[in-house]
Design a protein around this ligand. Structure first.
Ligand SMILES: Nc1ncnc2c1ncn2[C@@H]1O[C@H](COP(=O)(O)OP(=O)(O)OP(=O)(O)O)[C@@H](O)[C@H]1O
Length: 238
């Protein structure tokens, strides 16, 4: 898939959110989109997924099956999870058995007959994830998957990404929490001032482990990033 000189703004006279973005993502590749809040990560993902259309430029070679998981699944709907997913499976030409298979894998089977608008945020996000995976996607787009999902499902994201990649699919993930280390082989695209640059990773790096009190963790991460250091992850001390 190729984003060619893509420009996007939300209204005719609004400032450009993205300017002249040129990116390529091939089958079996994963890219993590990094950048501060409001920098345009979601916008880039939606352009790649075909949810938004570029104002200028274009997107070519988008795979036929795109799985799109928004940051917040729109759960304000009167159907049960099963009814919704059965409909989505029919639309995608996926076997209904895929619903139970994914529900089992994500520990969600007990919620299939609950209405979407009664689900917790984490469970609703699982429905969003399952609908994107019912048919193996040629492109899976995950907007901040580590934010809305519960801890157990978050742990499964790398395996889900690996499954899509193993089928020859491409994966695009946004991340502002610094969870990118969970996908160590992914390319890294940084959105800054409306433009997207790919991080060149030096061949030889040193990994420094650092321990701070939980109350100082966010400040330490922000400070290190502001100084241009690559924070690979944050974990509890075990
Ligand atoms: N539907 C919309 N209409 C108008 N402006 C929007 C809309 N969606 C996003 N924006 C604006 O576009 C800019 C980029 O937003 P976007 O959601 O792409 O950033 P982001 O990097 O994903 O942020 P976050 O990390 O907070 O999700 C922001 O200034 C945002 O306010």
């Amino acid at each position: 898939m190729h984003l060619q000189d893509v420009w996007f703004r939300y209204a005719r006279n609004a400032p450009w959110t993205l300017r002249g973005v040129d990116l390529e993502l091939g089958p079996g590749e994963t890219a993590v989109v990094l950048g501060p809040n409001g920098s345009g990560k979601s916008t880039l993902l939606q352009l790649a997924a075909g949810v938004l259309r570029p104002v200028r430029g274009g997107v070519t070679g988008r795979p036929a099956v795109v799985g799109w998981v928004p940051e917040r699944f729109p759960a304000d709907q009167p159907f049960t999870a099963r009814t919704y997913l059965t409909h989505m499976a029919a639309v995608r030409g996926a076997p209904a058995a895929a619903i139970d298979e994914w529900a089992g894998r994500l520990n969600f089977t007990g919620f299939l007959d609950v209405r979407l608008n009664r689900l917790s945020k984490g469970s609703a996000q699982k429905v969003g994830l399952v609908q994107a995976l019912l048919h193996p996607p040629g492109l899976l787009v995950l907007d901040e998957p580590w934010e809305g999902l519960d801890a157990a499902t978050r742990e499964q994201v790398p395996a889900i990404v690996a499954g899509v990649v193993a089928h020859g699919g491409a994966v695009l993930v946004s991340d502002h929490l610094g969870e990118v280390s969970r996908l160590p082989r992914a390319r890294r695209w940084h959105v800054r001032d409306g433009q997207v640059g790919e991080e060149e990773r030096p061949a030889n790096r040193r990994i420094i482990e650092l321990a701070v009190a939980p109350a100082h963790a966010d400040r330490a991460v922000a400070k290190l990033r502001a100084d241009g250091f690559d924070v690979l992850g944050v974990r509890e001390e075990r």
